[in-house]
Design a protein around this ligand. Structure first.
Ligand SMILES: [Zn+2]
Ligand SMILES: [Zn+2]
Length: 84
């Protein structure tokens, strides 16, 4: 199965701020910022059920990165990885 290592606490975000170059912190999944309607979650659930992990194309989890220095926010595509 594919999981997002950031969501599962297995990895820390390691991106540099595009503005100032400081460390970016994980601000959470982007769906948390867009309210109750979360198509991503539904699709993830569907993947679990039908056993076709590729039904959502690229395995990417979209996070919000927040710069620890200047608070610049950026969408960051986190590649999901296989987990055994
Ligand atoms: Zn994630
Ligand atoms: Zn910054």
């Amino acid at each position: 199965m594919y999981i997002c290592y950031l969501c599962n606490g297995l990895e820390r975000m390691s991106y540099d701020c595009a503005v100032c170059g400081a460390n970016m912190l994980d601000g959470g999944k982007i769906v948390d910022y867009y309210g109750d309607y979360s198509p991503y979650m539904e699709i993830e659930d569907a993947q679990m059920v039908d056993g076709v992990p590729n039904s959502y194309g690229e395995h990417q989890c979209v996070h919000i990165g927040v710069c620890s220095a200047c608070n610049h926010m950026e969408e960051i595509m986190v590649k999901e990885q296989t987990f055994h």
